[in-house]
Design a protein around this ligand. Structure first.
Ligand code: C2E
Ligand code: MG
Ligand code: MG
Length: 954
């Protein structure tokens, strides 16, 4: 707006500038012209002045002429002078224009002319007198000569005559000769003349008298001429002319001075105007530059709202170039984000000639939105609308910043961290809600205060000194401290202080974010405890135990002492846990834990290793026999019955013992060896302890060898199958076969499945081996079936590990289909261990098999303490009574009874029963009597290859 105004003002200045320049030129021309005329009139004056001077000189000349009486007079010269006089006078009269001649002058002119005429007449008279005088003189001289020659005339008379002549001549030339004295001489002469006879003397007398008379007349005329005031009138004219000239000159000088001063003034005005014009020009250029490069967007439109000007800022913020925008309507920027009514209100105001201020949400050329604060003014020149000028500021960043600030303010107020902001003098200027609730203060209680009211006294002066030293040097500090609330409660907080500096680097404020550590600390303490302790029993966990063991080994090495590692595994725990529920299991484990703690010394570290396994480190023991005492003690304590709810539980444990440094120099070896010893105890009938021996080590080594050898066994075709018939006990007819794997390794020889299957299970190789067995078994069985009519079923042992393989079911189904064996002819043998390790996934898979028609058989039943009631929940078709029962069925009444009970219960639950390991006829008989359906054992047939089966039973 200002810029436009200036532009207009400059235009307005231009017009008078031109006018004044014209006036200046006019005045200057006039001045020059005037000076020219002055010069002319000056020349006229000089010429006229000269003329008057000449006239005056001529007058003088004429006067001089009158002095020449009795002299020769050049009459031509006098005439010329007359003419000159008259001519000049005429010229002068013409020159002096009538306007200039005032009356006085005109009178003077008339006087001059009159005086001249009078003078001329007198001179003419003089001329004639002078001429006669000259004649008289000549005549007198002639007479004198004649007289002198006359002898009759006395000398005296001659002398008188000479005197008379002399005096007359003197008289004619000067005035001091007295005429009366001459007359006296003449009278005396006359007397002589009258006496003389000569005629000469009377003639001389008369002539002399005549001459005297003429001379008197001449003198009179001369005197009269001098009375003619020609010179005086000329002088008067001269004076008048001079005074007129002087007057005119004065006026001319004044006028010239006026012109000159005016010209100077105008020139000064022009220079001033030029100066201001130049200044404005520069200002305008500066404004133009400022407008062009302003940070504000400037848009000028014509009254029809077509863009006529945009600046760089417009190009930058809108993305349109100036050329693109030219002639367009500013509505090209409309984003559609604002109501039409908004623009209508704006246009209404502008149409009324008023300024409009507001905000736009505009759209850039690339389609992105931006915000502008705008001010639009209609620009009028001489009451005519000439432009609309829009000055806009891109406030996108500001709007976004505000949005962010609003978000930050929400975060500030809603965050769980207490935030306090203080100024550079450390006076609180802002706190959030969390701060107030953490410390129990109201906002107005703490505003302007220093944060020292939070000091609990738990941190000393040095603490705060160090804290401030860090804040000052690093602009931040983080740390834990104890603060005090309004109620006096001391709370641990984690405080993070940051210094906020302004652009110049001066401290603006401090922000302190505080986290209440009360909850965190208690949970952290718990986390820390749990990190090193077993959640259920509170005993050390495996990590803590290993750390402790490593440390104990270091100490024992240093002091050259022994230490013992006990590995304790509960027998039958899994069954209790699975059958009676996890709550019972958990209570049982806590009871065991506390029994172990009460049995052992406080210095002995007891750890729950996982599940039902415990480990103990015994430091500083005397003899190895002491360890046996401790082990027995543990066993005794553990086997005491435990009452949990309605259940009276008996539990035993198997303990493995490894001793440092004999059985291992590091924690890993020690633990591995203690574990081996524990398994030895399990193998040795459980409820006992075993020391680690080299024998165990050898076993471990063999395990490694087997594992190595097994790597390529499948690809090398080292595995093959044997089949053991299952027969009807009453008819002795073959009913089924159980597929049993065999492995003959070129290096290790024949390895029984009991040895390599657990290793294959550990390494996961059992999965591929399992598929091989199932495939081979199906292949053989399909052929056997064709030849042995009575053959109904194929039993295949499936490890629990195989159940973890997600394609097991699909693959088995596919294989069975391939060999066209209906699924109801296939028995999947799973061990009791599988039952005990059952997971939801395993059970689901078991159901899948069952639902597809496969038969499920529990192998080695009776060894895993599975309770029959629990089995009810599983999809089971066949129970295989373990060989260990059959072995002692004849001698051990308990085993007989168990077998009897299993058979009876199975019948009740509709399970088919098969007894395995029948080696004796008596065993077969008993089982047959008890109603056992099927049998399997060396008595009937050892496991044999496919050919033998065909040979024996087809
Ligand atoms: P199992 O499933 O209980 O198999 C019966 C075992 O008892 C076989 O031992 C068999 O030879 C043996 N046996 C049968 N009748 C008598 C007898 O009258 N007297 C004696 N002393 N033993 C008899 P084998 O073949 O050594 O298998 C041992 C175990 O290895 C099997 O016990 C089974 O658990 C496992 N096994 C064998 N083959 C496989 C297999 O392909 N896969 C899986 N996962 N395990 C298998
Ligand atoms: Mg079996
Ligand atoms: Mg078995």
């Amino acid at each position: 707006m200002v810029i436009l105004h200036r532009k207009l003002s400059l235009n307005m200045y231009k017009t008078p500038f031109n006018a004044i320049t014209l006036i200046f030129i006019f005045i200057l021309t006039a001045l020059f012209y005037y000076i020219y005329t002055i010069d002319n009139s000056n020349a006229n004056y000089t010429s006229n002045d000269d003329k008057i001077v000449i006239l005056k000189l001529l007058d003088k000349d004429l006067d001089n002429f009158l002095l020449h009486n009795a002299n020769f007079t050049n009459y031509d010269d006098i005439n010329r002078k007359y003419e000159t006089f008259e001519h000049i006078l005429h010229e002068l009269k013409n020159d002096l224009n009538t306007d200039m001649m005032h009356k006085g002058m005109r009178d003077t002119f008339a006087t001059i002319i009159q005086n001249f005429q009078n003078k001329r007449e007198d001179i003419e008279h003089f001329k004639s007198l002078n001429a006669s005088l000259l004649n008289n003189v000549h005549f007198l001289y002639d007479l004198q000569a004649s007289i002198a020659d006359e002898p009759m005339i006395s000398e005296e008379i001659i002398n008188d005559i000479d005197k008379i002549l002399f005096f007359i001549l003197q008289y004619s030339t000067s005035s001091y000769i007295d005429k009366s004295s001459i007359l006296k001489y003449l009278d005396s002469l006359n007397i002589h003349a009258n006496k003389s006879s000569s005629e000469l003397l009377p003639t001389f007398y008369q002539q002399a008298k005549l001459m005297l008379c003429t001379l008197s007349s001449l003198k009179k005329i001369s005197a009269t001429i001098h009375t003619h005031q020609l010179y005086a009138s000329l002088q008067e004219l001269h004076t008048s002319l001079h005074s007129i000239y002087e007057q005119n000159l004065h006026i001319q000088k004044s006028i010239a001075l006026f012109f000159f001063v005016s010209a100077i003034l105008i020139l000064i005005s022009l220079l001033i105007m030029q100066y201001y014009a130049h200044k404005r020009q520069k200002e305008l250029q500066a404004f133009k530059y400022a407008m062009q490069h302003s940070d504000n967007t400037v848009v000028i439109t014509d009254p029809d709202r077509h863009i006529t000007f945009v600046n760089e800022a417009f190009e930058k913020s809108s993305g349109y170039s100036a050329t693109e925008a030219m002639g367009e309507n500013p509505s090209i920027l409309k984003s559609g984000e604002q109501e039409a009514s908004y623009y209508e209100a704006m246009n209404e105001k502008l149409d009324d000639g008023e300024k409009w201020e507001g905000q736009f949400i505009n759209k850039r050329k690339d389609g992105s939105l931006y915000y502008e604060k705008a001010s639009i003014v209609p620009v009028f020149l001489n009451d005519k609308l000439i432009n609309y000028l829009a000055i806009k500021l891109d406030i996108t960043e500001f709007v976004e910043q505000n949005l962010k600030l609003a978000q930050a303010a929400t975060v500030f107020d809603n965050t769980e961290e207490a935030i306090v902001i203080s100024n550079a003098h450390n006076d609180i200027i802002s706190v959030n809600r969390a701060f107030m609730s953490m410390y129990g203060y109201e906002e107005d209680e703490i505003m302007g205060k220093k944060l020292t009211f939070l000091h609990s006294g738990k941190q000393g002066k040095l603490f705060y000194q160090k804290m401030w030293a860090q804040i000052n040097s690093e602009d931040q500090w983080r740390g834990k401290l104890i603060n005090v609330t309004k109620t006096g409660e001391q709370i641990p907080v984690w405080m993070s202080i940051k210094v906020i500096r302004d652009k110049k680097g001066a401290i603006n404020s401090y922000t302190a974010v505080q986290t209440d550590l009360r909850e965190l600390e208690s949970s952290q303490a718990r986390v820390e405890f749990l990190a090193y302790h077993d959640d259920l029993t509170g005993l050390s966990n495996r990590i803590n135990f290993e750390d402790h063991l490593n440390h104990a080994i270091k100490v024992a090495t240093r002091i050259k002492e022994q230490l013992a590692l006990f590995f304790i595994d509960l027998d039958r725990f899994k069954v209790i846990n699975d059958t009676l529920g996890h709550d019972v299991g958990d209570t049982l484990l806590t009871t065991i834990a506390s029994r172990l703690q009460s049995t052992l010394r406080e210095s002995d570290l007891i750890s729950r290793w996982g599940g039902d396994e415990f480990a103990v480190i015994l430091e500083e023991f005397g003899k190895q026999s002491d360890l046996a005492l401790v082990a027995n003690n543990i066993l005794d304590q553990l086997k005491l019955p435990i009452q949990i709810d309605d259940h009276l539980l008996n539990i035993t444990a198997s303990i493995g013992i490894a001793i440092f440094p004999e059985d291992g120099k590091n924690s890993n070896t020690l633990m591995k060896h203690a574990d081996s010893a524990m398994y030895l105890a399990k193998d040795s009938g459980k409820n006992n302890f075993q020391y680690y021996t080299d024998e165990l080590s050898k076993k471990s080594k063999k395990k490694l060898d087997i594992d190595m050898a097994m790597q390529d066994a499948l690809t090398n075709g080292e595995f093959y199958l044997h089949f053991q018939p299952q027969y009807d006990l009453s008819t002795k007819i073959i009913k089924g076969v159980e597929a049993l794997i065999r492995w003959n390794n070129p290096k290790l020889g024949f390895i029984p499945p009991n040895e390599f299957i657990p290793i294959a299970e550990d390494t996961g190789r059992i999965i591929s081996i399992g598929y091989f067995v199932f495939e081979e078994a199906c292949k053989a069985f399909s052929k056997m079936k064709a030849k042995i009519q009575t053959l109904d079923t194929l039993s295949v042992n499936v490890s629990s590990i195989q159940f973890r393989e997600e394609h097991l079911f699909d693959t088995f189904v596919a294989i069975a289909n391939r060999y066209q064996i209906p699924s109801y002819q296939i028995e999947i043998e799973i061990t009791e261990r599988f039952i005990m390790e059952q997971t939801d996934k395993n059970v689901t898979l078991l159901h899948n098999f069952r639902n597809h028609g496969f038969l499920i058989s529990i192998d080695d039943f009776g060894t895993g303490y599975s309770s029959m009631s629990y089995l009810k929940k599983l999809p089971i078709d066949i129970i295989k009574i373990d060989k260990s029962f059959i072995d002692d069925i004849t001698d051990d009444h308990a085993d007989f009874e168990v077998t009897q009970a299993i058979i009876a219960l199975s019948k009740k639950l509709n399970y088919k029963i098969i007894a395995e390991g029948i080696e004796l006829q008596v065993q077969e008989d008993i089982l047959n009597n008890e109603g056992c359906d099927l049998g399997q054992g060396y008595l009937f047939s050892r496991p044999v290859n496919y050919e033998e089966i065909i040979k024996n039973y087809s």
